[in-house]
Ligand binder design. Structure first.
Ligand SMILES: C[S@@+](CC[C@H](N)C(=O)[O-])C[C@H]1O[C@@H](n2cnc3c(N)ncnc32)[C@H](O)[C@@H]1O
Length: 484
């Protein structure tokens, strides 16, 4: 009998694969009867929701020539590396997919992933991989949470079993993985501080009792889109940013007073108005309803202003270790010209400014650059210059037109999609002695580093820094040097 999609099979999980899936290796003829079995090259089955050491029953989702995809439906015998997840929404929510794996195993597998991906995907060898730096704090570590409103509430198995009558037309929480219009109604989240959950619940109560409409991703009608909460970790600041599809000042004023009555520690409340259809929690413009519209936090001894739409590393505690690693790799003596590409609110530039002669920071988001100017003043970093540049295009004309001196070191920290090839080839043309590449996506980082190594650079070392406990996301710092 041929095995087909939807069938249930038992597997023993041997390995951990990219993006947190387990791998089972089976004889080929189980899937393709009559085909020759190669003991060296077994057939690979990826099993979502499993870890090495598990024996599971899994449902087959896809069967290809070289591999199959499946999802665990029953853990027959658990891996000794499993632990009980703290969160009630675990298993349904897309937030922390690995809360049921020991933290020491999470970092062990992230390290293994880095060791495998760089040689396998980039053909890179003869470089050092330093041990991963674990996060000291593994719960409540995020300083920013972005919740969504939805008129399509998704229920957990427990919510269904409880028999309780629920209003499925109102949800405020996190998305179900892969289903962008379905949202779990979350009351307590382990990623951000308890006060964040309090704001989440107050916000739901306020709008639900008033019958305020939710923006529909289908019809594009409705008011409520996202709730973004930012809290500083090394200061007592809290920001609430309600993202809506239109303006309603009276409602925002009422909401602000309602929140402040119960959470007086809130420092600022803003309303981002997003009139675009795209499901992003960034407004076309912003209105401030309480406070200054900014909060402040510290990374190491440096103080930073954070606005609603500028990027700030989401794990403040680990950001210091990440920046220390980048600084160590850059080996600055105080004589160097440094370029900081994708500089956000100028945090890396300012963090390293005391060790460089001059830093030139390049970024495209205007509000981030405005924060960066303010941050340079706050930290007396007079040797940092901020330049507006879209690094999707060549930035060499900006360097030439402004007679910016050539860099000794280039620090790169791009978004998940990595570098555009124009930017990459510009960096090569600038011929810095060192490139320090910080990335939250090893796949694009390997792709880009491979191109650097084909253009006269050598990969020296990499250090993973765990910025995202309980998720499979990996952050690395890599050092490349120009070959003589
Ligand atoms: C991973 S963040 C790094 C920010 C900063 N280095 C830090 O540590 O906070 C990536 C940054 O790239 C910026 N960015 C995205 N696309 C860009 C583009 N086309 N040109 C320039 N900057 C861009 C984003 O606004 C964001 O600030």
């Amino acid at each position: 009998m041929n095995i087909k999609k939807g069938d249930l099979l038992e597997f023993e999980i041997e390995k951990y694969a990219f993006e947190g899936k387990g791998i089972a290796k089976v004889s080929r003829d189980i899937f393709f009867p009559g085909q020759e079995n190669d003991e060296e090259k077994k057939y690979v089955v990826f099993v979502e929701g499993s870890y090495p050491g598990d024996k599971v029953k899994a449902k087959l989702l896809k069967i290809k020539k070289t591999f199959a995809e499946s999802k665990a439906v029953e853990i027959i015998s658990p891996s000794p590396e499993r632990v009980n997840a703290e969160c009630n929404y675990f298993g349904t929510c897309g937030g922390c997919k690995q809360q049921d794996l020991k933290y020491s195993s999470q970092t062990k597998y992230k390290q293994q992933q880095v060791e495998e991906i760089f040689p396998r995907m980039g053909g890179l060898k003869d470089f050092e991989i330093e041990p991963i730096l674990p996060s000291d704090i593994i719960f409540h570590y995020r300083n920013k949470m972005e919740y969504s409103f939805s008129d399509k509430r998704w229920l957990t198995i427990d919510e269904i079993k409880s028999g309780e009558v629920v209003d499925r037309n109102f949800a405020l929480g996190l998305h179900i993985p892969g289903m962008f219009d379905k949202v779990l109604d979350i009351k307590k989240c382990y990623l951000q501080s308890p006060v964040s959950s309090k704001i989440l619940n107050l916000t739901r109560d306020f709008f639900k009792t008033r019958g305020v409409s939710i923006y529909s991703t289908k019809t594009h009608d409705g008011y409520l889109r996202n709730l973004v909460i930012k809290c500083s970790h090394n200061a007592d600041d809290l920001m609430v940013n309600l993202v809506t599809s239109s303006e309603d000042d009276e409602l925002m004023k009422e909401y602000s007073s309602y929140l402040l009555k119960d959470v007086p520690e809130i420092k600022t409340i803003v309303n981002n108005i997003n009139i675009k259809k795209a499901a992003v929690a960034v407004g076309d413009y912003e209105k401030v309803f309480y406070g200054s519209g900014f909060i402040y936090d510290y990374i190491g001894n440096y103080k930073f202003r954070i606005s609603a739409n500028s990027f700030f590393q989401t794990n403040t505690f680990q950001a210091e270790h990440l920046y220390d690693t980048a600084l160590k790799y850059a080996e600055l003596t105080g004589e160097e010209i440094v370029y900081d590409l994708y500089s956000g609110a100028g945090t890396i530039s300012i963090y390293i400014s005391g060790k460089a002669k001059k830093v030139f920071a390049f970024e495209t988001v205007e509000s981030a650059i405005a924060d960066a100017h303010e941050n340079a003043l706050l930290n007396n970093a007079g040797n940092v210059e901020f330049i507006t540049a879209d690094l999707y295009k060549s930035f060499l004309p900006i360097v030439n037109e402004n007679s910016i001196p050539l860099p000794d070191v280039v620090i790169i920290d791009p978004p998940r999609s990595g570098m555009h090839k124009n930017t990459l080839s510009d960096v090569v043309k600038l011929q810095p002695k060192k490139i320090v590449y910080v990335s939250c996506n090893p796949t694009t980082q390997v792709r880009d580093i491979k191109m650097f190594t084909e253009s006269g650079y050598r990969l020296v070392k990499i250090k993973p820094v765990d910025m995202f406990p309980h998720t499979y996301h990996i952050e690395n710092v890599a050092l490349l040097v120009r070959d003589k």
